[in-house]
Design a protein around this ligand. Structure first.
Ligand code: ATP
Ligand code: MG
Length: 193
């Protein structure tokens, strides 16, 4: 079945779970069937907006912004993505671990603008995630214990459910076990078709 209307899907999961890898593979599979998606990274859109407004000079300045400015940029990013042509796959974090607790990546004011049709949560076992973070030298991710990784994944399931209730988006949890990227990508493509 071909997608007959524009889709906005969110792919999420904790750092190192494999969302970018699985999403790229799923998009390759769909492209062969004539279904195109553009992948946008929420954080990158935010940085581009902040730079274009002269608010920040580089990526690292983003963290130093006051919460009101961050919120304004976050909302503008949602508007910007919602206005993009074609099918969009938004790569973002479901929750961000902060010293004050888990922060939703897609709070109410973002969901209202973004209006996603589907939320895809990529999961792996805490031990696999810990190993992947250790092996992937291209990135510097937090060093978390497997217990904290398990809790973070549990929080992401709960908060994804809230995203779904708020927007009507479907929620799909996809396991991405070690060496099974193809299977995870096929499960993701199934949601996006
Ligand atoms: P971030 O949120 O930090 O961007 P991510 O969820 O996008 O992380 P990826 O960058 O896609 O994670 O993957 C992290 C690492 O795990 C990469 O080195 C990737 O090649 C590897 N990886 C992903 N999925 C699998 C898998 N099923 N089996 C083995 N390695 C995997
Ligand atoms: Mg990624």
């Amino acid at each position: 079945m071909l997608v007959d209307a524009k889709m906005i899907a969110v792919v999420t999961g904790i750092p190192g779970t494999g969302k970018t890898t699985v999403a790229n593979k799923a998009m390759d599979l769909l492209r062969k069937e004539g279904i195109d998606y553009e992948m946008v990274t929420y954080g990158t859109v935010m940085i581009e907006i902040a730079k274009s407004k002269g608010i920040v000079g580089n990526r690292d300045d983003m963290r130093k912004l006051d919460s009101e400015t961050q919120r304004m940029i976050q909302e503008l990013a949602a508007e910007n993505i919602a206005g993009m042509e074609g099918n969009i796959l938004v790569d973002t974090h479901c929750t961000i671990k902060t010293p004050r607790g888990y922060l939703p990546g897609l709070p109410e004011w973002v969901l209202r603008k973004l209006k996603p049709d589907a939320v895809i949560l990529i999961e792996a076992t805490p031990k696999e995630i810990s190993t992947r973070r250790g092996c992937d030298k291209s990135r510097s991710r937090d060093d978390e214990s497997v217990e904290w990784i398990a809790l973070h994944q549990e929080m992401n399931r709960n908060i994804s459910a809230a995203y779904s209730v708020f927007t009507g988006a479907t929620v799909k949890v996809i396991q991405n076990p070690q060496g099974k990227i193809e299977e995870a990508a096929e499960a993701m493509a199934e949601v996006l078709r």
